[in-house]
Design a protein around this ligand. Sequence first.
Ligand code: BG6
Ligand code: MG
Length: 222
Amino acid sequence: MPQNVQAFIFDLDGVVVFTDKYHYLGWKKLADDQGWELDEYLGHQLRGVSRIPALEIILEHNGVELLEEEKHRLADIKNEYYRAFLQDISTNDLYPGAVELIKAVRERGVRTALASASKNAGTVLDALGLTLLFDAVVTGNDISRSKPDPEVFLISAERLGVSPERCLVFEDAYSGIEAAINAGMHAVGVGDRERLPNAPLCVTDYGELALDDLIARGTGTP
Ligand code: BG6
Ligand code: MG
């Protein structure tokens, strides 16, 4: 069978590990400290978005304007809250079937990359012993533009030595699916369809994926 997809690129938070929950709780704690409104609907819009741009979404929603220095101070506080949650992270936080999926595609000769906007991605991978599952790891420390900019995925493809149209991205964020499409890649949305109307294919259970078919055909024209 022809192998149209030569690399699978995985976002981390909300795709491999349920750390998306801890990012939300970190922002929620900061918002509560400051008396800002932040509900789960707004929380979904923060998925995939880099630290300062995510804070700016919350500020805009609340009609608050801050100096750059103050934004960085508050973003640092959220990061401390988030990292406190990471202290207790364990394999119970893994997205069911994610590790099995990554191993299964590697056995089929597909290259794998981790592409996360998070500067904490390395800490999470180390804590759970996941680093060796990936041929390339690209994190928030390697990029200067937040998703939906395709930068994180294009760097991943380059490091893997695979052209973008032969890459398939797994993403739980609307902005992440946009980034994958902007990169000219195949994309699978992870989560509820109503949250990811832009995803060519959507799953909540990795066991439902027809892997050989996905590798042969991708998710349509990238
Ligand atoms: C993404 C998360 O993976 O990383 C976002 O989905 C988060 O919620 C972003 O804001 C940046 O993370 P960090 O750890 O660098 O603040
Ligand atoms: Mg994510």
